[in-house]
Every structure is written in C-alpha cells, then in structure tokens.
Design a protein around this ligand. Structure first.
Ligand code: KG4
Ligand code: ZN
Length: 348
C-alpha cells in the first residue's frame, strides 16, 4: 500500500509518499517548504500570511514529493492507493488549503482520503521504519509542540486516551515566548537550545533558580505560563540582563525539560506502560531527548523508549503518511463528504 500525505496545519507546506509492507512503514519522499523566514519578521506565525504561502506552495510541493518518490504526477492515480491529510488541530486558514486540495485530488484520482489528526501524526513518526510487531503496548506518548503538550496512553497504534495535558501554554510556546523575551527571535526552541549550549560551555553552575510547575501535583497535567512569568520578573530586575542571556536560556530550558521528563516518568510508572514515545517539534531538543533517555535507563530500565528520527520531529507530512497507513491497515475509512478542516479536532 502506497499513499501521498499532505500537511498544512500551521506554517509548513508539506507532502510525502510512504508505503506499508506487512510490518513496516517506509518513507519514499518527504518534502517540507518552510515559511520560517517569512514569519520571522513578525516574531511568530501570521495566519493570513501562512495561508497565502500554502496556496502558492501546495501543488509544487506535492509534485516534488511524487517525483522524489519516483512517481509521475500524471500517473499518480494508478500508482497510489490513497491519500492522507491533516484535518486538525491547527489554523483554520492553513488547514483549509491542504484539506481542500486533498479532497480535489482524491475525487479526481478516485482514491480514498484518510483524515489525520496532527498530534496523532507527530506520534506516528515514532513508528516509521520500526518493525510494527515489535512495539510493546501499553505505550505512553509525550507530545510537546508549539500548540500542544500532552500525555496519551495507547493500547494499540491507532487508539489514544488523554491522561494529561497543559492547562495553559504548550512547552514549545513557552520556549518561543522566553526566546522572544530574551530577544532571540522565532522559532524560540532552537534559539534557546543554542544559547543554553553556550552556557554549558562556560562550565559553571547557574545562579538563577526557576520554579518547577505542577511537579507536586498527583495528576499528569502541565502548566508553563507561570514559568514564563517567573523569567520575565527576574529579567526585569536585572539591569545587566543582556550579559546573562545564555544563563537565562539554560535555566529556562532546564525547567521545561525537567517538568516534562519527571511527569512522563511518573505517568509511565503509575500506568505500568511498556514503552514511552516522544513526539512534536520540541522532541527535536537534544536536552529533552538525552534527559528522557537517561531517566528511562535509570528509573524504568525495563521500559522501551522511542525517539522520532530528527527529520520527523517538527511539522512534516511523512508523519501524516505514517498515521494514514496505520489507519488504512486497520481498515478505517471515511466518506469524503464528511472530511472537513477542524481547527479543534480532538485526539481519538
Ligand atoms: O510540532 P511543531 O513543528 O509545530 C506544532 O505543531 O506546533 O512544533 C514547533 C515547536 C516550536 O515551539 C519550536 O520552538 C519547537 O517546536 N522546537 C524546538 C526545537 N525545534 C523546534 N524546541 C526546542 N528545541 C528544538 N530544537
Ligand atoms: Zn506540529
């Protein structure tokens, strides 16, 4: 089975071709047209600007994905078995471009269309190139992105149960806001990482302390907006803050990562899972990847850890293709008339 997947939920126009063998998902092409340069000027994503860019990019990106997978666009209807598209959550004006393009192509090529939840896509990135029969369930996923932070419990590759989520800002959003506060620009996660690394190279302990929100609570929810405010107050009081940016970046990243890791370990232990998987744009963060790996090795050595390949961490369509193939494998299809862009699409 071979499908074309489309992702336009935020500011990346993406298309990918992937296929499923009996027990493996293989990516044949993965094209992402990033709009970062365009939105950087505004310090964040401007929905109207993003939509206009998607309109320009969507067909060239699809063509590129087909060609890179060795398929002729004129023969796509014969060579593909279906299409998958992100229907939400995301920005309505961005989602619409991908969803309506996918519907038009599905009708023209007479192919099934599989609607995909963006978060499920991020999680499915973990299953690419793995022997699907060797993944042990129950599995707990930590998804940390610019729009979402949650813990989901899975008993198989297509069903999800929410066990915890952020009550305010997402982890990526908090990193973006902290970077903005420190004058580092957009997107903040990678900029904070770079500055935090600089502080590590100074080989001295940090002098600033930030809180660790929600760690005393027994539930699995998160809250990051107070952390950002705590940083704001400290920076405001510091007349020499420009000289301490690396240290601020370090302590902020450390606080976010520590809360994410400790809550995940606690939930994994309580829920007796066999595997932990990391997903979302923040899963590109080296500190989060290495701290989670060490915590699992030390505290839950019997639990498997899945980390997505770096190419599939921030928004892309390979992850949507993976989710589409998993749904198709389970025989889940939907009538095209019922497939619509849904900005608040729940995980299910
Ligand atoms: O998944 P994603 O590409 O888009 C959403 O679905 O939101 O995630 C984007 C988020 C942004 O907040 C960005 O700052 C963060 O992921 N991010 C990172 C890194 N790369 C991207 N955060 C920390 N470290 C990174 N290397
Ligand atoms: Zn995303």
């Amino acid at each position: 089975m071979k499908i074309l997947a489309i992702e336009t939920s935020c500011d990346e126009t993406a298309a990918a071709v992937a296929r499923a063998t009996a027990n493996r998902i293989i990516i044949d092409s993965n094209i992402v047209a990033s709009q970062i340069d365009i939105h950087q000027v505004f310090g964040g994503v401007v929905p109207e600007v993003a939509a206009r860019e998607h309109v320009k990019q969507i067909l060239p990106v699809i063509d590129q994905a087909l060609l890179a997978a060795g398929l002729k666009p004129s023969r796509a209807s014969q060579e593909l078995d279906g299409l998958a598209v992100t229907v939400g959550p995301g920005l309505m004006t961005s989602l619409l471009v991908g969803v309506e393009t996918a519907k038009a192509l599905a009708l023209a090529w007479n192919l099934h269309l599989i609607p995909i939840n963006h978060i499920v896509g991020h999680i499915s990135a973990n299953f690419i190139n793995h022997n699907l029969n060797s993944i042990n369930f129950p599995l707990l996923t930590l998804t940390a992105s610019g729009g979402h932070t949650n813990l989901l419990l899975m008993h198989n590759p297509i069903h999800y149960q929410m066990v915890g989520q952020t009550l305010d800002d997402a982890a990526g959003e908090a990193l973006d806001k902290a970077a903005n506060l420190l004058g580092l620009g957009y997107p903040g996660g990678p900029k904070i990482r770079k500055m935090a690394k600089k502080f590590t190279e100074q080989h001295r302990p940090p002098t600033i302390k930030l809180p660790r929100p929600m760690l005393r609570r027994t539930d699995y929810n998160f809250s990051f907006s107070g952390l950002k405010t705590a940083l704001l107050y400290i920076v405001r009081e510091d007349h020499n803050w420009q000289n301490h940016i690396a240290e601020y970046a370090y302590v902020f990243e450390e606080a976010v990562v520590e809360v994410l890791v400790r809550k995940t370990i606690k939930a994994a232990r309580d829920l007796k899972v066999k595997t932990i998987a990391l997903a979302g744009g923040v899963s590109a963060n080296e500190r989060l990847r290495s701290d989670l790996k060490s915590a699992v090795q030390q505290q839950l050595p019997q639990v498997d850890l899945l980390l997505p390949n770096m190419d599939y961490t921030t928004d892309n369509a390979a992850m949507i293709a993976a989710a589409g193939l998993l749904k198709a494998r389970a025989g889940l299809t939907q009538n095209i008339e019922n497939i619509i862009a849904q900005p608040n699409y729940p995980v299910k």
